[in-house]
Design a protein around this ligand. Structure first.
Ligand code: SIN
Length: 275
């Protein structure tokens, strides 16, 4: 098995892995903690293999809102058909940030890829935090922010392409609101990192709306620096796992008229603690 870095900041690519082997799985787990995003090439897993690999990381968290695999409700479908315009996950986000114990991470398996495009971009929240000035870091220390599923998956979204097409649903279950520290200590690596994101974070607790928008806006612009990012170009059969407590991600919707099907399994996390 070979592991090579994708960038100087985030991400590693793994070749020749056998996900059923204990030593390969242990090395992948170590790479996950170090690099936050791990792209494992050329796998072509069965749903059972995918679930067994995910269970090596922890219990599975069943997504409430995405359409599920017809035989395995633990596998969420991330699908875009040729006649659909909106892609799931187009906005920068962190999966399940609205839960009181946000998911540890997700494991996405490419089943069918478009002839071009359809990449996923990731950003390191540890590198973004370290790239802030000391003064700004002192200013945000001790703050907490609210995260919600309501405005993303609730009733107000019923006219979006993904809801109309049945790829996303169950609006009545969008009732989660959680408060998390803005700067967390990563539960595995101990590294400090930002835990706010443009899709699910609604406001910083205790600030006026204008103050909250200004601080979040400044953080979001900062976090989008290309220096904090890596980009995964998929081939069918690839498997990428990412650490939700250390990254943002965004699906690039640049393959109109083509099909893209991914299977996603999400692993349970823990409540987050302030750095
Ligand atoms: C997601 O946001 O989980 C999906 C990302 C992708 O489809 O690239």
């Amino acid at each position: 098995m070979q592991i090579r870095r994708l960038t100087g900041t985030i991400g590693a690519e793994i070749l020749d892995a056998d996900l059923g082997r204990d030593d390969d799985a242990a090395a992948i787990r170590a790479a996950f903690v170090t690099h936050s995003v791990v792209v494992i090439r050329d796998q072509r897993l069965t749903p059972e293999d995918h679930l067994a690999f995910a269970r090596r990381f922890g219990p599975i968290n069943v997504n409430r809102f995405f359409a599920a695999h017809p035989e395995h409700r633990e596998i969420a479908l991330v699908l875009k058909e040729p006649d659909q315009t909106g892609a799931i996950g187009e906005e920068w986000h962190t999966d399940h940030a609205y839960d009181s114990a946000p998911a540890m991470g997700s494991i996405l398996h490419a089943i069918e890829t478009p002839p071009y495009g359809g990449d996923t971009v990731f950003a390191s929240m540890g590198a973004a935090y370290e790239g802030l000035s000391e003064r700004f870091r002192a200013m945000i220390a001790g703050l907490s922010a609210w995260h919600s599923s309501r405005h993303v998956f609730g009733d107000t979204q019923k006219d979006t392409d993904s809801v109309r097409s049945g790829r996303v649903g169950n609006a009545a279950a969008a009732t989660q609101d959680s408060l998390h520290p803005v700067v967390i200590r990563h539960p595995l690596s101990g590294r400090k990192g930002l835990f706010v994101n443009p899709q699910f974070t609604t406001r910083i607790d205790g600030l006026l709306p204008l103050e909250s928008e200004s601080v979040l806006g400044a953080l979001y612009r900062h976090c989008q620096k290309p220096e904090f990012q890596c980009r995964v170009s998929w081939r069918a059969g690839d498997v990428t796992l990412w650490d939700n407590r250390a990254t943002w991600h965004k699906a690039i919707n640049d393959y109109q008229g083509h099909r893209r099907l991914m299977h996603r399994v999400t692993v349970e996390g823990v409540p987050l603690t302030a750095a």
